[in-house]
Design a protein around this ligand. Structure first.
Ligand code: FES
Ligand code: FES
Length: 153
């Protein structure tokens, strides 16, 4: 048995500690907002926060994150940064198919939680490892700048 804390709730789960965190989130806890795509840490679709850091949950063994604070897309909008990003994403009409957007928002949230005032180059550096097949990169950059301005007020 392992205990994991997700979105401020503790869960006891019976699982092999080598199981990727992504499978536990989706298959054990029913949190389907975190997406599976490459499964090899190449695309960022599965990004969650572990101890405040944006990390690919497809390659993180669940046994390595027992008792750490994990936040998923289902929990991020409880934060000030999450709310600012949600407003900005809507205002900039960012998503197309939507599949990558969990990873984009979670990565953007970690960036703005570290430092709310960001430049375009800060954004490009932080967001580079999250891929979007629909090419929403310019909208994502505009939305993060918008959220950053709101948070700096
Ligand atoms: S599914 Fe995890 S990085 Fe692509
Ligand atoms: S919105 Fe379709 S992959 Fe990014």
């Amino acid at each position: 048995m392992l205990t994991i804390r997700v979105n401020k709730v503790s869960h006891e789960i019976e699982v092999d500690p080598q199981t990727p965190l992504l499978w536990v989130l989706r298959d054990h806890l029913g949190l389907m907002g975190t997406k599976f795509s490459c499964g090899t840490s190449q695309c960022g679709a599965c990004t969650v926060h572990i101890g405040g850091q944006a990390l690919p949950s497809c390659i993180v063994p669940v046994g390595s994150v027992a008792n750490q604070e994990i936040t998923t897309i289902e929990g991020i909008f409880d934060s000030t940064v999450g709310q600012a990003l949600k407003r900005a994403w809507i205002a900039e009409d960012v998503p197309q198919c939507g599949y990558c957007q969990t990873g984009q928002i979670m990565t953007a949230a970690a960036l703005l939680q570290r430092s709310p005032r960001v430049t375009e180059s800060d954004i490009d550096a932080a967001m580079a490892r999250v891929l979007c097949r629909c090419g929403t990169y310019l909208g994502i950059r505009r939305a993060i700048l918008r959220a950053s301005k709101e948070l700096a007020q």
